[in-house]
Design a protein around this ligand. Structure first.
Ligand SMILES: C[S@@+](CC[C@H](N)C(=O)[O-])C[C@H]1O[C@@H](n2cnc3c(N)ncnc32)[C@H](O)[C@@H]1O
Length: 301
């Protein structure tokens, strides 16, 4: 499990930036920031540190300790953060199955006409808004990323699993794929004209989805679009076998309305939602598609 000790102004910077501090400057404007405000405001939101050891993001369920420096309030705190367990297990799972997944699902998008149709709609909207590049979050072996590239978008993929990123790079050598977590993107505010997240939110515990959508809102430019595709249900299950291998991974399926509520609460305006039934032998559960947009100056207050 990734661990990192940060201290001083670096931590202050990360906390402000990643947790979107509600009162900019408050942390260092008062002598109590190291003790009171970190404990009362930051810790309840919990910290995530990605395995690269560079990022902190708001996540419940992560252990964190904050100690004020020995010199008292004028000193700087230190913080030990531990990656939330579900990110580690998701990474290990997809690292384990990446080659099999890529092999079995290589042509899957060809069998998903609805996915392709909605990607075409999304591409048209993003082009019309002209708000910047697109990130395909949880890109896996990169089929959606490649489809968006074919549709004329400047797109790159991001995935938690290094092995999935390796598969994507091998399959699409001309495209960019980065390791990273959709909950803590290594991108400046407002950098993206669009985000796709296809079947990649289902391992995030539902109580943590608001933080993920807050991150989407942060990195989107005003007028930028998000297209989500996800399995629908109202259940949590644990899988111990995949492609003949022993694995350990949790799935969290939620009704489409509940996911939509979380998207809206993050400040994104829902443009379209669609449910479809499973088709073919491989699909067992219904799927939802949700298209949303970050408001810009053309939106009514
Ligand atoms: C079921 S696969 C879907 C891959 C691809 N989007 C597709 O439609 O074929 C889910 C992918 O999401 C990635 N993933 C899950 N949680 C993630 C997170 N928090 N940040 C980035 N990637 C994540 C996994 O590593 C995996 O590659």
């Amino acid at each position: 499990m990734a661990r990192q000790k940060l201290s001083g102004t670096g931590m202050t910077y990360f906390i402000r930036r990643q947790l979107a501090c509600p009162a900019p400057g408050a942390f260092d404007a008062t002598p109590s920031w190291a003790g009171l405000q970190l404990r009362e405001w930051v810790l309840p939101r919990v910290l995530e540190l990605t395995h690269t050891g560079r990022r902190i993001a708001p996540y419940q369920g992560c252990r964190a300790t904050v100690r004020s420096a020995r010199r008292g309030w004028s000193g700087l705190p230190s913080c030990t953060v531990t990656e939330p367990p579900f990110l580690g297990s998701t990474r290990v799972f997809y690292d384990t199955v990446a080659a099999d997944y890529a092999e079995h699902l290589r042509a899957e998008l060809a069998d998903r006409p609805m996915d392709r149709a909605l990607l075409t709609v999304f591409a048209e909207l993003v082009r019309a808004a002209g708000a910047g590049p697109v990130a395909d979050l949880g890109c896996g072996p990169g089929a959606v990323t490649a489809q968006l590239h074919t549709l004329g978008l400047a797109v790159f993929g991001v995935d938690l699993s290094p092995q999935m990123v390796a598969q994507a790079r091998q399959a699409h050598p001309g495209l960019r794929f980065d390791e990273g977590s959709m909950s803590a993107l290594d991108l400046p505010d407002g950098a993206l004209g669009g985000i796709t997240a296809f079947y990649s939110i289902m391992h995030t515990p539902p109580e943590l989805l608001p933080a993920v959508f807050a991150e989407f809102h942060r990195v989107l430019a005003p007028g930028g679009h998000v297209l989500l595709a996800f399995l629908v249900g109202d259940e949590q299950f644990h899988r111990t076998e995949a492609y003949g291998r022993a694995v350990s991974i949790d799935y969290f399926l939620r009704p489409a309305e509940r996911v939509g509520d979380a998207v809206s609460r993050a400040g994104l305006v829902i443009h379209a939602q669609m449910l479809r039934e499973p088709h073919g032998d491989a699909e067992k559960r219904p799927r939802a598609y949700l298209l949303a947009r970050k408001p810009d100056e053309t939106d009514q207050p």
